[in-house]
Write a protein of this length. Structure first.
Length: 338
């Protein structure tokens, strides 16, 4: 009986191929699948079969019925001009493609760079793999000087001296001045690397925006005014506080704090109850560094600053965890459509 059912399926599918209109399809369907059709006739013999065969026939019969039903529907559709996709409604809204956008760090860097270019700054970049000469020596940080320990460095050679991942963008100060003469105003956005244990506010890989200005009669007030304009451009009407600090390539060196965005100076957990947030390091370019740039410290002076970009992005958007920024997690990134 199995072969008879299979035969019926094959001959019906074959017959369908040769039909010319929907009425003929209807007629064939009734002839085969109708209540008194051929399939029903075959199945009416099931009770005469040995019990072991019955179940198998039942399954086969329902498969064949399904196959043929689809074939009849398809054939009818062909003649009526629609097809079996008649459930498709072309007026439904489509699935919107997701649209790419800038990463919040990139967007911040672009906006900041634009601020400085309107002040007349050029934009430069430099290599992420640096030599110790540029990352340290020329910046007045000699070998074996304890100040090298201020930066936890990834060295790329086993001797741990010559080649490294740059720990800051300051080496580009020197590289830029190899091909430019004062007056020089330049900002340098870029990726830097530090061998640190990561936590919510430290990552091994982050971005800095370096600034360098060299001109006649530049004073620390020029530096302070520039930074204040930048912070207020970025965060609105914040207050700024200057503290003395130490970086070997500037003298004097300063660290710049900004009034806390969250509590406006009253004290909260973000500013550790101080009312102030540490924002960046800066200072007047050290005479030794000016000489390394082949700039005469008697004629020219300069200032430099290094902005930690992720820190600023976190404050700007209220992001509690720096590592989210490099996670590539779409659920996080999609919140920053600019
Ligand atoms: N390069 C310093 C750092 O990595 C920041 C800095 C830049 C400080 C320029 C002073 C002047 O922390």
């Amino acid at each position: 009986m199995t072969s008879e059912i299979e035969q019926l399926q094959a001959s019906t599918l074959d017959a369908l191929q040769h039909l010319q209109d929907a009425a003929a399809v209807d007629a064939l369907e009734i002839n085969i699948l109708g209540r008194k059709g051929k399939l029903a006739a075959l199945l009416s013999r099931i009770p005469t079969l040995p019990p072991a065969e019955r179940a198998g026939i039942g399954t086969l019969a329902s498969e064949v019925k399904q196959t043929l039903q689809l074939a009849f529907n398809g054939a009818r559709g062909k003649f009526s001009g629609t097809n079996d996709h008649s459930h498709f409604d072309p007026t439904w809204p489509g699935v919107a493609p997701s649209i790419g956008h800038l990463h919040p760090v990139t967007a911040f860097v672009e906006r900041s760079v634009q601020f400085f270019t309107t002040l007349g700054y050029a934009v430069a970049d430099g290599p992420e793999v640096e030599t110790a000469a540029y990352n340290f020596d020329k910046l007045n940080i000699p070998a074996n000087h304890p100040a090298r320990d201020l930066w936890d460095t990834y060295y790329l050679n086993p001797e741990r001296d010559g080649i490294l991942m740059r720990t800051h963008t300051s080496p580009v100060q020197l590289r830029y001045m190899e091909t430019h003469k004062p007056p020089a105003y330049v900002v340098v956005p870029g990726r830097v690397f530090r061998h640190e244990a990561t936590d919510a506010s430290h990552d091994t890989n982050f971005s800095m925006l370096e600034g360098l200005a060299i001109d006649r009669d530049l004073h620390i007030t020029d530096l302070i005014g520039t930074l204040k304009a930048f912070l207020q451009h970025t965060f609105g009407p914040v207050k700024m506080r200057i503290r003395p600090s130490y970086f070997p390539f500037v003298e004097p060196g300063i660290e710049v704090d900004m009034s806390c965005l969250i509590c406006h100076g009253k004290g909260c957990s973000v500013c550790k109850q101080t009312g102030w947030l540490e924002m960046l390091g800066a200072g007047m370019v050290h005479p030794v560094v000016l000489k390394n740039m082949k700039v005469d410290p008697k004629k020219y002076s300069g200032f430099a600053f290094g902005i930690g970009v992720e820190r600023m992005v976190m404050l700007l958007h209220g992001i509690p965890e720096v590592r989210l920024l490099l996670s590539g997690d779409q659920r996080f990134l999609e919140q920053f459509h600019y």
